[in-house]
Design a binder for this molecule. Structure first.
Ligand SMILES: Cc1cc2nc3c(=O)[nH]c(=O)nc-3n(C[C@H](O)[C@H](O)[C@H](O)COP(=O)(O)OP(=O)(O)OC[C@H]3O[C@@H](n4cnc5c(N)ncnc54)[C@H](O)[C@@H]3O)c2cc1C
Length: 396
């Protein structure tokens, strides 16, 4: 993306510290630590999954935040059908063919709809002993509504469409425990029950990057329970006009954690920095232009909320496709996406069916080995280095 922008340098590494007084960012990769000086800083480290204080759930219910998560989930979902084909015991087959998605926001709704389509359409004729169409897909949420941010009417329609697609929606259902074999739930009436399910997917909450807490401690900016940093109306930290925080890790006027907030915040901050360098007066406060929200439920079906206008169905689905295509970067990626969509939507096929053991078990194996494992495999690259600035300016 930045190949042609000669004054931009992209560096691999995980930012482990930001020093607002020294104006440095420290990053680390495979045991090599680098300190980068900056004049202006934009922090956009996003958010990860939140298990609301129950991080042990992550072992059995992966989140949906990274490419690693996506590959692991693909392996777990397709793997469950394969293992069910091998199983002899009906209770075991039922457990393997039960999929529970926790969180009925846009991400959970889309995931549940996709698994139902996979079971009822894509894999329908692919097995000899099991019948994939008997798979049970459960979408759970502690809240009393599906897609609460879309309002009662669209949420209700989404729920009906999910039921038609074969998704069992259970609301007012709070997850109290997760283990390898299933999930324990407390209903609104206080009853505790269990669903035996091999595949659990967590799409319930977000936790902003831990960099937010580092910035909050040094600047005095408030950090909320989800780890988001309260920024001023120009997206900067108090007392630090040179530091902007944008996207999912910033908190301002209850703006939602969606791509448009991140994109518009990033554009605003870049423009503000350019103005400052050019000696122009600062821009006015950041104003978010809400372009609406969309969520797909199944093939040919989506919901669209444009504020004054709300609708659902096929037109909404076409709009969802067109918009996502528009925001995909690069001509080649757009073409391949369209081809994949054609295969998936018009036929029964899915091109991405391969899963490897590394994808399914890699995350847990690395956690088991501990953080020192990576560093021990890098041939001793442990020296501190000060980043050389190829742009000619001190910026990170
Ligand atoms: C499955 C899913 C579906 C979604 N669908 C939609 C949708 O349809 N429409 C919509 O508007 N929004 C959607 N969202 C939300 C949207 O993706 C986010 O709001 C948006 O990406 C936020 O942008 P960001 O730049 O703040 O963070 P991100 O896009 O998350 O980018 C943060 C980046 O920082 C990197 N990073 C994090 N910590 C560090 C560190 N310490 N050091 C170095 N790098 C770090 C991460 O690897 C990542 O690349 C979806 C999110 C998910 C998970």
């Amino acid at each position: 993306m930045l190949r042609r922008q000669q004054n931009a340098r992209v560096l691999l590494g995980e930012v482990t510290d930001i020093d607002l007084t020294a104006r440095t960012v420290t990053s680390s990769v495979l045991g090599r630590t680098t300190v980068h000086p900056y004049d202006e800083l934009i922090v956009a480290a996003g958010a990860g999954q939140s298990y609301f204080g129950n991080d042990r759930f992550a072992e059995f219910a992966p989140g949906m935040k990274s490419i690693d998560d996506a590959l692991e989930l693909r392996g777990r979902i397709f793997g469950a059908f394969e293992l069910a084909e091998l199983a002899e015991d009906q209770a075991e087959i039922d457990r393997l063919l039960t999929f529970v998605v926790v969180g009925a926001g846009p991400t959970g709704v889309e995931m549940a709809g996709q698994i139902a389509e996979l079971a009822h359409r894509t894999l329908r004729r692919d097995f000899r002993r099991i019948d994939p169409t008997t798979a049970r897909v459960v979408l759970l949420d502690a809240a009393p509504a599906v897609l609460p941010s879309f309002g009662e009417k669209l949420g209700g329609r989404a729920r009906r469409q999910l039921n038609q697609t074969g998704v069992e929606v259970q609301l007012g259902a709070m997850v109290t425990d997760v283990d390898a074999d299933g999930i324990e739930i407390k209903d609104a009436d206080g009853q505790v029950r269990r669903i035996n399910a091999a595949t659990k997917i967590w799409a319930a909450g977000v936790q902003a990057s831990s960099l937010g807490r580092i910035l909050g401690e040094q600047s005095g900016a408030e950090v909320d329970r989800a780890g988001r940093v309260s920024v001023q109306s120009d997206l900067t930290l108090p007392g630090h006009p040179e530091v902007h925080v944008v996207g999912d890790m910033m908190s301002l006027d209850k703006l939602p954690g969606v791509a448009q907030v991140a994109i518009q915040g990033a554009r605003y901050s870049a423009e503000a920095i350019k103005r400052r360098i050019a000696g122009k007066s600062p821009k006015g406060p950041f104003r978010y232009h809400d372009k609406g929200s969309m969520a797909t439920i199944s093939r040919f079906h989506a919901v669209v909320d444009l504020g004054a206008v709300k609708f659902e169905g096929f037109i909404a689905w076409v709009m969802w496709l067109a918009l996502h295509l528009f925001y995909i970067v690069g001509f080649k990626s757009r073409i391949t996406t369209v081809l994949h969509w054609l295969v998936s939507f018009l036929g029964r096929g899915r091109s991405q069916r391969v899963a490897t053991q590394q994808q399914v078990y890699g995350r847990l194996a690395l956690e088991h080995l501990g953080p020192d494992f990576e560093a021990s495999k890098t041939g001793g690259l442990t020296t501190d280095a000060v980043g050389e600035d190829l742009t000619g300016r001190q910026s990170a």
